[in-house]
Design a protein around this ligand. Structure first.
Ligand SMILES: [Zn+2]
Length: 397
């Protein structure tokens, strides 16, 4: 699971470190060979990196490379991706589900691919509803973890004795509002029972919505998907307060009996479909929003460097480059090799990487769009964002 706390920790690792992102997906035959493909790739890439380093640093680099190689050889690598940070004073390994590209760097911890993954795969909340209760789950990159559960207590034995006299068998709860034809005493008992049952379920649904809201806020989950059926699904969905900025999406599916392990398979298509729609909406809204937004590379980067962007939107396949000052970080598309602000040396860096790192440092929300939404954003050079309100800009600046 990708969490912002992890990125913060990686960002602060003591330099220098060798950062390696490796696609270890065992579904690829080349990754199952005695010398797996990702290891061959890393060795070749390391040669390229090593050539650019001063002699005394090459030794430190080689030590860390050997450490990583040994780790990769000694251990059956599970999962489809692996991120390693290795330095004289650092060692971090993280397994990642989902496709990642191979990348390696030496120097400061390289977290941009990580930020990109987080921008692409926002964690969501899923609530699985049935008459027995609600399960609360975290969903990210096809992985599901159960966070909490709330069994619905609908024990009615005390009602019958106290208030309702004898009811022969536990009555089947009728649909809400449809109490049916009331016949004689037995019928009116049934109606009373149904009303109380409805009230009980209404309260449980409201409590479920409340708990889901709190969990989403606490864990910073992007969208709440509620899977269930009928009246309960509608009631829980309606229980979310309207001013909550979070999206609430209904999935009409009774998954109450599906185990947590199996859930991802059932949920992934619906969540992926919603994400595509959401990305398209984000881009349309960005391109049509005028005053509160910026689009295009120069303007967006300028605003971003002044801490004025609240939410950054980036096309996933963007590969443009720019120059960034190694000393003060000033980045733009000018071809100057020397920084006009501080005179520092400027390195060539991908726009996406520079933008992601700036956004991360400023607590800017990052949204990566792909597919059709990404193509649409390319009309605006693949980058744009929403500006902070004036008060927010002051806090950030
Ligand atoms: Zn500079």
């Amino acid at each position: 699971m990708l969490k912002p706390e992890q990125v913060r920790r990686y960002f602060d690792l003591p330099q220098p470190v060798l950062t390696a992102y490796l696609n270890t997906n065992p579904a690829k035959p080349a990754n199952r060979k005695p010398e797996p493909r990702f290891l061959t790739w890393l060795k070749a890439e390391a040669k390229t990196i090593s050539r650019t380093l001063p002699l005394e640093e090459q030794k430190v680099f080689q030590q860390q490379l050997e450490r990583v190689e040994t780790f990769l050889r000694d251990r059956a690598v599970r999962g489809s991706g692996l991120v390693i940070f290795a330095g004289p004073k650092a060692w971090e390994v993280l397994a990642i589900e989902g496709e990642i590209g191979d990348e390696a760097r030496w120097g400061g911890p390289y977290v941009a691919p990580f930020l990109r993954l987080m921008g692409e795969h926002k964690p969501h909340e899923v609530v699985i509803l049935d008459r027995k209760g609600a399960r609360f789950l975290r969903y990210q990159m096809g992985e599901v973890t159960e966070v909490a559960a709330r069994p619905f207590d609908v024990n009615t034995s005390s009602w019958r004795k106290k208030d309702m006299g004898k009811v022969a068998a536990a009555p089947v709860r009728s649909r809400r509002g449809a109490a049916g034809v009331v016949k004689k005493t037995r019928g009116s008992q049934r109606a009373t029972f149904d009303r109380r049952m409805d009230a009980r379920y209404a309260r449980l649904c409201a409590e479920t919505a409340h708990q889901a809201t709190q969990l989403a806020a606490r864990e910073n989950l992007h969208t709440v998907f509620i899977a269930g059926a009928g009246q309960m699904l509608a009631e829980v969905a309606n229980g979310f307060s309207r001013d909550s900025a979070r999206h609430v999406v209904k999935i009409e599916k009774d998954l109450g009996r599906v185990s947590t392990r199996e859930l991802a398979r059932h949920l992934a298509p619906a969540i992926a479909r919603w994400e595509r729609l959401h990305e398209a909406e984000v881009v349309e809204s960005l391109l049509g929003n005028g005053r509160k937004t910026v689009i295009g590379m120069d303007e967006t980067l300028a605003q971003l460097q002044q801490g004025r962007i609240r939410r950054l939107v980036l096309a996933g396949n963007m590969d443009a480059k720019l120059r960034r000052c190694l000393r003060c970080g000033l980045a733009d598309r000018a071809a100057d090799a020397i920084c006009r602000r501080c005179g520092g040396e400027r390195e060539i860096v991908a726009v996406g990487e520079a933008a992601l790192e700036l956004a991360w440092k400023q607590n800017t929300e990052i949204e990566i769009v792909s597919g059709e939404a990404g193509e649409r954003l390319e009309g605006a050079e693949g980058i744009g964002g929403w500006l902070r309100q004036p008060a927010e800009a002051r806090i950030a600046g």
